[in-house]
Ligand binder design. Structure first.
Ligand code: HEM
Length: 479
């Protein structure tokens, strides 16, 4: 009996050892090439499982130094090895050659995953002719003039909600993440997509509940790092898939209602501006038309609608959070914004000003974007052939390449020794200086919050308008 137990134990040890060896050699052993950049140990990716650490802490402790020194490192993420690039001159090469460094999102990298089911094949992660089909529909919808008055109306409602919550809390501080989520959902759905989801009016609106639940399920570290687990029929994964489907359907029906001019869906001053008779069709209408005309399949419509909604809502929300944090830390910047605003006008003039002027406010927003880029790190390009990055980093065909905006945007070689400090003045004083500096920094890939090249963000204009209006209204109302 004892012998049997011993053999069983020995066998067990052997099986475990073989399994560990297979996992190590197939997954965890870093690739040999590129051979001249450092490797971040794979266990760094696993730290969030074992202790409650901040991502920026992990970054500073284990990644920052080798990344800056060598310009790129090998990094384990999403159950595979990737090349993470920091140096601006390398990024210029990557942004320039989009066919060599091809977009290859989750739908190709981890097609079975919940994340892939959520965002599918879409304008951000596709490549070549498919991407062009998406872009032809979406880009004109994002380049129109947006309704600043409608954003201002939502911002006023946000202020009322903050006041109510503060009163309820007896004048103590409140957390604003949920309110900012509802506010950015309202702006994205109403101003961009011409659909009404009641996000600001009701905390328990279906879109609010679904958005929060989907985020919670999708961004669990264990499934982010080991998407292979998404294959397993865990109740949590089945739940995540059901939530994803419900969320996508919710968006689609709101889009259809909005386009039909349903009285419940459309309402409020200035609503549906982009879809008014005689004006160009808005983004939502354009996407529906593409599907109705057979240019897009139903799945392509759902995937692109979801990605536009997520990019158009989540990134501004994150930027608002960092802007409030930085302004709270720098009250002098609040004074300076107020000073600039009191020199400006009101009403239509205000709306017009939001579209272009306000240099100091603009430099504050750029500085927030520089220090806390909403998309801190992204690894979604795959090299299509063996390539030499810079002078001597040989990247084999098929390797995944990504960037870390957080580190590039704070590069002391580009921004000076005070790169980590909040200093809006670094962008310049007049609108012309600020815009010139902005263009140069982007062209040199020293400021990559919207990335660069042909695949740079298409929603920048809307994001900037929304931020200008939001900060204007909030700074006038609160300290
Ligand atoms: C502060 C706000 C925003 C930031 C920082 C941001 C950042 C980015 C970044 C980094 C990319 C490139 C992603 C990649 O390389 O894979 C991107 C792409 C894109 N963004 Fe944004 N974004 C913001 C707001 C928006 C908004 C409001 C929209 C509106 C829907 C939007 C729509 C898009 C689209 C459609 C693309 C894909 C462009 C293409 O590949 O052709 N973004 N964005």
């Amino acid at each position: 009996m004892l012998l049997l137990a011993l053999i069983t134990f020995a066998e067990l040890v052997l099986v475990v050892a073989v399994a560990v060896a297979v996992v190590y050699f197939l997954i965890l052993l870093p690739p040999r090439h590129p051979s001249n950049i450092p490797t971040i140990p794979f266990w760094v990716a696993l730290l969030p499982f074992f202790k409650d650490v901040d991502q920026s802490e992990i970054f500073r402790k284990y990644i920052d130094q080798p990344l800056r020194t060598h310009g790129a490192v090998k990094l384990f993420f999403g159950a595979q090895w990737n090349i993470l690039v920091h140096r601006p001159s390398f990024l210029v090469e990557i942004f320039r050659d989009e066919d060599l460094y091809q977009k290859s999102g989750n739908q190709k990298k981890i097609p079975h995953s919940v994340l892939a089911a959520f965002l599918g094949d879409n304008i951000i992660s596709s490549h070549g002719p498919t991407w062009q089909t998406y872009r032809a529909v979406i880009k004109p919808g994002l380049q129109q003039k947006f309704n600043a008055g409608l954003v201002a109306k939502n911002a006023a409602q946000l202020c009322r909600l903050i006041q109510q919550a503060t009163q309820k809390a007896g004048g103590h501080g409140i957390t604003v993440q949920d309110l900012l989520q509802r506010y950015s959902v309202a702006n994205c759905s109403e101003v961009l997509l011409n659909m009404k989801l009641q996000a600001l009016e009701r905390a328990d609106a279906r879109v609010n509940v679904l958005r929060t639940a989907v985020k919670r399920e999708i961004f669990r570290p264990v499934f982010m790092n080991f998407p292979v687990l998404d294959h397993m029929p865990f109740p949590s994964r089945n739940n995540a898939r059901a939530l994803v489907a419900a969320f996508k359907n919710e968006l689609k029906s709101a889009l259809v209602r909005g386009a039909a001019g349903d009285a419940g869906a459309l309402g409020g001053e200035g609503f549906g501006k982009g879809d008014e008779e005689g004006s160009k069709p808005g983004l939502g209408r354009r996407m529906l038309d593409a599907a109705e005309a057979g240019l897009w399949s139903e799945k392509q419509l759902l995937d692109n609608l979801t990605v536009v909604f997520v990019a158009g809502q989540e990134n501004p929300q994150l930027l608002m959070i960092s802007a409030l944090y930085l302004l709270a830390k720098h009250p002098a910047a609040q004074d300076a914004i107020l000073g600039e605003l009191s020199a400006g006008g009101t009403g239509d003039e205000f709306a017009e000003q939001q579209q272009q002027g306000l240099p100091y406010l603009t430099s504050v927003i750029y500085e927030c974007l520089r220090l806390f880029p909403p998309i801190g790190q992204l690894i979604n390009r795959r090299v299509d052939a063996d390539v030499v990055l810079g002078d001597n980093i040989v990247i084999p065909k098929g390797a995944y390449v990504g960037y870390n905006c957080y580190s590039t945007n704070r590069d002391p070689a580009a921004w000076g020794l005070d790169a980590d400090e909040f200093r809006p003045e670094r962008w310049g004083v007049t609108s012309e200086q600020i815009q010139r500096q902005y263009r140069q920094r982007r062209a040199r890939a020293e400021f990559i919050s919207f990335h660069g090249g042909r695949r740079a963000c298409l929603g920048e204009r809307f994001a900037m308008l929304q931020m200008r209006v939001t900060l204007t209204v909030l700074v006038r109302q609160f300290r």
